[in-house]
Design a protein around this ligand. Structure first.
Ligand code: PEP
Length: 242
C-alpha cells in the first residue's frame, strides 16, 4: 500500500441524525495522507455541505431515471456534489436481493455520472468453510468487469467485506484479509496494470483497537467501517491508523 493513498470510509447504514452530522462536521479530523469519507443515509447528504471530508451515498438505483418510486439516481448525487457511492453492500444484496448483474448495472451508472463506486464483495461463512472464497469473490468482481470493462480501473475502489465479519465483532485476521486482498489484486492485474493503483479496503468489525494491524497489511489500503463510524472519537482513531 506504499504508493496508494489510504481511504477510510464510514458507512452509517440506517443510523444517525442531524446532531451526529453536526458532531462529525465539527470534530472529524482528516489526516492529510488519508481520504476520509462518510456515507450517511441519503436524506442527510446535503446537510454535509461545507464538511472537510468526503461524503458518499450508500446505494443508487440500477436505472437512470423515471418511474422508480423511492429510488435515487447516480446523476442526482452528482448534481448534489456527492462524488462517492457504496455499491453492492452485503446488506443490499441480502435485504433487497441485489444480484451481481444489478450491482454491475449500478457501478456502470455511477461511472457514467462521474461517481467513484466503492464496490463491496465478500463471502458468507458457508463459502469460507467450503474453501471457496476466491472463486466467490472473483465472480462478484467479474460480473462488474464484464459490464464496465477498463473504465472500472479509472476510479473504482473495492471493499472486501466477509459477511461473517460484518457487525459481528468477529473480524477477519490480518492474514485472512491480506490473503483475499492479494488474490483480488492479482486477479484485477490480469485485466489491467492500473489495478496496482486501486484501493482495496477491508470491512468487517474494524474498530479503534484492530485497525492499525489490518491497515499494515501490504494490500489493505484502508477500511470500510460500520459500527465504529458512528462515534467520532473512535472514527478519528481509525483514520489516524491509516
Ligand atoms: C459494513 O457494514 O460495511 C461494516 C463493515 O460494518 P461493521 O464495521 O459494523 O462490521
Amino acid at each position: 500500500s506504499t504508493e496508494r493513498k489510504y481511504m477510510v470510509a464510514g458507512n452509517w447504514k440506517m443510523n444517525g441524525n442531524r446532531a451526529l452530522v453536526d458532531d462529525f462536521k465539527k470534530n472529524l479530523a482528516v489526516p492529510s495522507a488519508v481520504d476520509v469519507l462518510i456515507c450517511p443515509p441519503a436524506p442527510y447528504l446535503s446537510l454535509f455541505d461545507g464538511a472537510e471530508f468526503l461524503v458518499g451515498a450508500q446505494t443508487i438505483s440500477e436505472f437512470e431515471k423515471g418511474a422508480h418510486t423511492g429510488d435515487v439516481s447516480a446523476s442526482m448525487l452528482a448534481d448534489l456534489g456527492v462524488n462517492h457511492v457504496i455499491l453492492g453492500h452485503s446488506e443490499r444484496r441480502q435485504d433487497h436481493g441485489e444480484s451481481n448483474e444489478q450491482v454491475a448495472a449500478k457501478v456502470k451508472l455511477a461511472l457514467d455520472s462521474g461517481l467513484t463506486p466503492i464496490l463491496c464483495v465478500g463471502e458468507p461463512l458457508s463459502v469460507r468453510e467450503a474453501g471457496e472464497v476466491n472463486a466467490y469473490v472473483q465472480q462478484q468482481i467479474d460480473a462488474v468487469l464484464d459490464v464496465c470493462g477498463d473504465r472500472f480501473f479509472d476510479k473504482a475502489v473495492i471493499a472486501y467485506e466477509p459477511i461473517w465479519a460484518i457487525g459481528t465483532g468477529k473480524t477477519a485476521s490480518p492474514e485472512q484479509a491480506q490473503d483475499v486482498h492479494a488474490f483480488i489484486r492479482a486477479h484485477l492485474l490480469k485485466s489491467s496494470s492500473a489495478a496496482q493503483q486501486m484501493r482495496i479496503l477491508y470491512g468487517g468489525s474494524v474498530n479503534a483497537q484492530n485497525a492499525k494491524e489490518l491497515f499494515a497489511q501490504a494490500d489493505i489500503d484502508g477500511g470500510l467501517i460500520g459500527g465504529a463510524s458512528l462515534k467520532v472519537d473512535d472514527f478519528n482513531i481509525i483514520c489516524q491508523a491509516a
